[in-house]
Every structure is written in C-alpha cells, then in structure tokens.
Design a protein around this ligand. Structure first.
Ligand code: HEM
Length: 146
C-alpha cells in the first residue's frame, strides 16, 4: 500500500509548488540568489520530469517504489518531496499516510471499486491539487448479504 500512496503523491500530490523567501544572498550550484527574492519551487514539475523518472513518467506505476524512495529517485532527494524537505517539512506526514492506509484497508475489506465512465480526468490546482469534476467511483459490496 505504501508504494501506491507514494505513486499517487508523485503524480497528484496536494502541493504542486513551494514558496521560499531568500533572506540573504546565497550560492546554489551555479546560481547566485540575491537576498529578498521569492522562490517558487515546482515539486510537481520535478516529480513529472522524464529525465528523473524515465519515459513512463506519466504512467501510474507504484512498482517504481518497490525498493523504496531512495532507489526510485536514484538517491536524488529533490526528485520526490510531496511532504516538503528540510526543517519545515510536513509534521503530519506519518499521520496522513497512516490515516490513508486505515481508510483504504476499511474500504477494501468491504468493497471492490471501479472508476465510473462518467469520470473526466482533469486535475487542477487551487492552492491544492484536486479533481476538477470530482472522482466518481462505483462501489460493489464484497458481502452480498450486507
Ligand atoms: C497527504 C497529506 C499531506 C500532504 C501531502 C502534506 C504536505 C505538506 C507540505 C508540502 C508542507 C510544506 C512543507 C514545506 O514547506 O517544506 C506541509 C506542512 C505542514 N503540514 Fe502537511 N501535508 C499533509 C497532511 C498533513 C496533516 C494530516 C497534518 C496535521 C495533522 C499536516 C500538518 C502540517 C503542518 C503543521 C505543516 C507546517 C510545518 C512547518 O511549517 O513547520 N499535514 N505539509
């Protein structure tokens, strides 16, 4: 289940970019960043970059995380950071992933589900990334007498 959550966050994580303010001039590789500028860091662009992820970057392939995040990113921590990086990264990360797993386990114990033909794939970003027209799924109970 962890690999499914990671692949979902890679393709459709809630945050598509991060904002950082440069307080003092700093050298970042070949770049010199002057003080008092805002930096927009587009994590979603990096997570969709075929140079980092390969030609199948747009496919939903949880197995790319089968040997862990480090192997999937070829030890490049800037290739995948849906919860941010560094001292201000998400304090709710473990809670959020545990809650997701519990919710999915509860659903999968009771139902199978398929995507409705009415679903139109159209992710959009308004502060967070979300499905423009919602996600219509069809649930079928595993317990017919229920
Ligand atoms: C899938 C769910 C979630 C995702 C993808 C997510 C992602 C993020 C990201 C990207 C940041 C900013 C990190 C940065 O600026 O470097 C953040 C910050 C934060 N998140 Fe989450 N988050 C999630 C769920 C939660 C939950 C459930 C909680 C609380 C229970 C939470 C609490 C926080 C807090 C308090 C911060 C601010 C940390 C700080 O500024 O020091 N998050 N989160």
């Amino acid at each position: 289940m962890t690999i499914i959550i990671n692949e979902t966050l890679r393709l459709y994580g809630p945050l598509t970019l991060f904002l950082r303010e440069v307080e003092r001039e700093v050298q970042l590789g070949k770049l010199v960043l002057p003080a008092n500028i805002d930096l927009l860091i587009p994590n979603m662009t990096l997570q969709h970059d075929p140079h980092l992820w390969g030609g199948d970057v747009h496919l939903f392939k949880p197995e790319r995380f089968a040997e862990g995040i480090a192997r999937a990113t070829k030890y490049n921590s800037a290739a995948f950071f849906p919860f941010g990086l560094g001292p201000r990264s998400c304090v709710g990360m473990t809670f959020a992933t545990t809650e997701t797993k519990i919710a999915l386990y509860m659903i999968l114990q009771r139902y199978t589900f398929t995507l409705s033909p009415a679903y139109v794939h159209s992710p959009m970003s308004i502060i967070t990334l979300r499905p423009r027209h919602g996600i219509q799924i069809m649930l079928e109970s595993l317990h017919k007498d229920a």
